[in-house]
Design a protein around this ligand. Sequence first.
Ligand code: A3P
Length: 294
Amino acid sequence: MELVSIVDEQNNKYRFKRYKGYPFNVEAIGNVRDQLEKIAHFDVKPDDVIVSVFPKSGTHWLYNTVMMLRSGSLKYSGTPTFLEFQEFKLIEEKESPRTFGSHMRFRFLPEQMKLGRGKVVTVTRNPKDTVVSMYKMLQAMGDIGYQGSFEGFLKIFVTEECFMGNGSWFSWIKDMEEWKSPNCLSLSYKDFKQNTFENVVKLAKFLEVDHDEDFLRSVSDSIQFNKLKESHNLTTPPSDRWKDISEDGRLPIYRKGEVGEWKKVITVAQSEQFDKLFKEKVEEFGLKIKTSFE
Ligand code: A3P
């Protein structure tokens, strides 16, 4: 593993861990290699679930929905135990039924999951909203990898050196689309927001949990942005894992929760450039993802 520190011509600074050519967040555990090996050989239980999402695309939202559905309670569960950010011992010793989080590309998920053991759930968001959300979070947290302008960050985001998702958003989506087992359910952020109840029903079916309509409607209500935001601020206990890089040990997750917020930050010229690149990448990578994001 190599610690990479780059300062570009505009004096934007970014740092990440590079392992086998892939960028990892500086917060990823240790030398990255040991953790990746342990994750690859992780003894997956049939009822394990991984909420595997490109950062800033709704990981917490989906995780808390899964937790409510699996526990049968409307209690807020906070931030998941992330495979790449937690000591492996904590991951292994977690009590079943276990629900983990991951921002890593699908190629780094446990081998047994790739063979169909356990379940993976994910949510995909317009990358323009994702990059804005990511930049705002990095700003809110001080130095956890990037310090500089939004313009500089946008340039990194589309390259394979984007440390938040082990490469560009396009590569992350490519890995997801190439997942071969039928044990993965993929939701869309926009549809989840517009048709929350239908998505909760879909998720419950996929997770094989049996609840009556009243409970599913209560879950849909409890995972609305404002409710999760309030619970996060009021009921999430400060976490040791995040105490050095965030206020009170709580990650600053809930900002706007909107579709199309990018329009307030990304300029027309930047957006056009991004659309052009999007088209090129969809073709180059043979992506199935819809090319029109609002
Ligand atoms: P914004 O920064 O645009 O507000 P993650 O959990 O992957 O870090 O994603 C965080 C993003 O998901 C944030 O986006 C957050 O507000 C949004 N989010 C969280 N809960 C949401 C909800 N119930 N509805 C819509 N967006 C939500």
